[in-house]
Every structure is written in structure tokens, then in C-alpha cells.
Design a protein around this ligand. Structure first.
Ligand code: TLP
Length: 348
């Protein structure tokens, strides 16, 4: 039996149309800039995000790293949320490989950074301090419930950054989910930022890859850094071909995943022993905590769910993340609610 895998949208497999496009893809040596499929994907991505240029990279982690290294020099400081993916889950790459100092400030529950906290974190001109160079936002915000950051908020931080001569980078791994959740275009969300990374290999189902977008000048620098990081990929058009299908065919259907996440949340809300996060889901992620009556912890409950063919993400001692995606249909939602009901009933 194929499990119902809600651990992440990174588990999505390529669609049949992607596999077909990959098999047929025209390819060339991308290190020479000669892969037609990569070039098409990059141009398409830049147009959709309203930026001058795009660069195909192997992962979201490399996208954020190459972007930050392109903007900063060793000893620079960047301001980011304490729950930012770049701070928590990218193996400290900006510090290890770029000598970039992360200055964290609290993420608010809605994924935003308080502008007053940002202002307070910006360093003065003093030899004791690392120079502040850049602010990073994340949209949607993974650890903050998959919350989308609005156009207005992003614009206000863009203005704050400009006021202080700072660069604004966006980890837009799920920017297309944000756009679908807010009913705006991805280009509107990206307009206030200098650069962004988005992922093809999460809810968009492509097997590999992310795209960095920004000005020609920025992409030229990021291109060299991608090479330094070992991310020059030769006949990468095989992968880019799946990315093109992702942008054309999967982006327009993301609202379906958000609807299924809402159905999943309302099914689970009715179960004793489940405490949903307020407002969840805000896009494709459902966050929940085990109620006091449940004696098992999240890891044990996840083990019991697994025996019933349901895989969930454990994000804390009593906390889960369930992510709806292309391969989760209505039946899978019902089966997941039923599996939770059986497991939790046996517990209470
Ligand atoms: N997120 C993964 C895990 O690493 C936590 C997930 O399952 O959600 N930015 C954001 C906001 C992300 O959520 C992720 C992956 C990345 C960057 C990194 O992308 P990859 O995995 O392609 O390096």
C-alpha cells in the first residue's frame, strides 16, 4: 500500500507530464549557457516574478545561500527571523561558507518581522559592529503555519530596507502558494524585494530545483557563486523541463491543495485530542498539537499513524505538521482523519 505522505510537499513525485517532458527535453551544456530548456525556464521564471533574470539552482538551500553570498561579503550581517528556514535548516551555510553573521529577531506568529525590531537590529557605523547588509523574509512562512506575507507588508519592509540602504531578499520557496492564498500575482509579492528564491520541487512537483530571480547584475554574481558551490549542472535541461511543466500546469492548481488542507483541518478539529493552531491552515500546511488527554507524544502517535499508512511530520514533542500537495486527494484526506480518530481514541 502506498502511504499517504503528509510529511512535506517536498515528497511530491513528478507528474506523468513532467516525466514525458523530461524524456523529450532539448538539452545542452548549461555551464556554457547552452541548455535551451534551462534558458526557457529561467526566462519564464523571471517573467512570472517580474524580475530581469533568473538562475536555475539545485535546491532552495543553494538558492538562498548563493543569493546571500552574492549580496554580502565576509563579516557582513543579515537580519532574519529566529524561525527562518535559512537560520534553522540550512546547516549554517551563510556563516560556514560566506562568513555572514546572522542577526535573528523574533518572528511574529504570522511570519512577519516587526519593523521596530528590524530598526533596532540595524547596526550603527561603529568599528565594533558587523555592517548590516541585508534583510531576509520568508513567504509563505514555513514554521509560522505556512502563513503568507501580504503585498503591503512586503512593500513596507522594502521601504524600510531602502531607507537604510539595505538589500531585501525573500526566501520564496512557496511564493506561488502565498500568491494563491492571497489572490495576488507572484510578481506583486516579489516587486518590493531585490532578490528571491523559489522552489520547483515542493508543491510544484518537480523532482529537483529552485530558481533565483533578481536584476541582471545580481544574477551575474549569483551565477559565479553557483559555480563555486558546485552547482553548475551541465545538461540540466532534463530537470528544467519538469520545472517548465511545474510553472505552466501545477502553479494554477495550488488552490486545490489549500482547499484540501482546510478540509483536513476541519475533519481533525472535530476529534478530541487534537488542538489545531489558531487560523490553521493558511496555505497548504496544517499545524496541530496533541491535547492534554493524550498520553503518547507526537513521535509515538506518528508511529501508530504510520502503521495505518499515514505519514505525518513531527515538529515538536506534541506537535505535527501535515502538508497537502498534488498527490493528496479527497480520499487521502478522509483516510487521514479516520486514522487520527482511531489512534487518538485508543489513547484517551
Ligand atoms: N523545507 C523543508 C525542510 O527543510 C524543513 C520542508 O519540508 O518544508 N526555504 C523554505 C521555506 C523551505 O521550507 C525549504 C525546505 C527550503 C528553503 C530549502 O529547500 P531545499 O530542501 O530545496 O534545499
Amino acid at each position: 500500500m502506498t502511504p499517504i505522505d503528509l510529511r512535506s510537499d517536498t515528497v511530491t513525485l513528478p507528474t506523468p507530464e513532467m516525466r514525458e517532458a523530461m524524456a523529450q527535453a532539448p538539452v545542452g551544456d548549461d555551464v556554457y549557457g547552452e541548455d535551451p530548456s534551462v534558458n526557457t525556464l529561467q526566462a519564464m521564471a523571471a517573467t512570472m516574478l517580474g524580475k530581469e533574470a533568473g538562475l536555475f539552482v539545485p535546491s532552495g538551500t543553494m538558492g538562498n545561500l548563493a543569493s546571500i553570498l552574492a549580496h554580502c561579503t565576509r563579516g557582513d550581517e543579515i537580519i532574519l527571523g529566529n524561525l527562518a528556514h535559512t537560520f534553522l535548516y540550512e546547516a549554517g551555510g551563510i556563516a560556514a561558507l560566506g562568513g555572514v553573521h546572522p542577526h535573528t529577531i523574533p518572528n511574529q506568529p504570522d511570519g512577519t518581522l516587526d519593523p521596530e525590531d528590524i530598526r533596532a537590529a540595524i547596526r550603527g557605523d561603529d568599528a565594533h559592529f558587523p555592517p548590516t547588509r541585508l534583510i531576509t523574509l520568508e513567504n509563505t512562512h514555513n514554521r509560522c503555519g505556512g502563513a503568507p506575507l501580504s503585498v503591503e507588508y512586503t512593500r513596507s519592509i522594502g521601504e524600510l530596507a531602502a531607507e537604510h540602504g539595505l538589500i531585501l531578499h525573500l526566501d520564496g520557496a512557496r511564493i506561488f502558494n502565498a500568491a494563491a492564498a492571497l489572490g495576488v500575482s507572484p510578481a506583486e509579492l516579489a516587486a518590493p524585494v531585490d532578490s528571491l528564491t523559489f522552489c520547483l520541487s515542493k508543491g510544484l512537483c518537480a523532482p529537483v530545483g529552485s530558481v533565483i530571480c533578481g536584476s541582471q547584475e545580481f544574477i551575474r554574481k549569483a551565477h559565479r557563486i553557483r559555480k563555486q558551490l558546485g552547482g553548475g549542472m551541465r545538461q540540466a535541461g532534463i530537470l528544467a523541463a519538469a520545472g517548465i511543466v511545474a510553472l505552466e500546469k501545477v502553479v494554477p492548481r495550488l488552490a486545490e491543495d489549500h482547499q484540501r488542507a482546510r478540509n483536513l483541518a476541519s475533519g481533525l478539529a472535530a476529534l478530541p485530542g487534537v488542538v489545531l493552531d489558531p487560523g490553521t491552515p493558511q496555505s497548504n500546511m496544517v499545524y496541530l498539537t496533541l491535547g492534554n488527554g493524550i498520553t503518547h507524544d507526537a513521535r509515538e502517535v506518528a508511529g501508530l499513524l504510520k502503521e495505518k499508512g499515514v505519514l505525518v511530520g513531527v515538529t515538536g514533542k506534541r506537535r505535527f505538521r501535515l502538508v497537502a500537495h498534488y498527490w493528496i486527494d479527497d480520499k487521502a484526506v478522509q483516510q487521514t482523519v479516520a486514522a487520527f480518530e482511531e489512534v487518538l481514541q485508543a489513547q484517551s
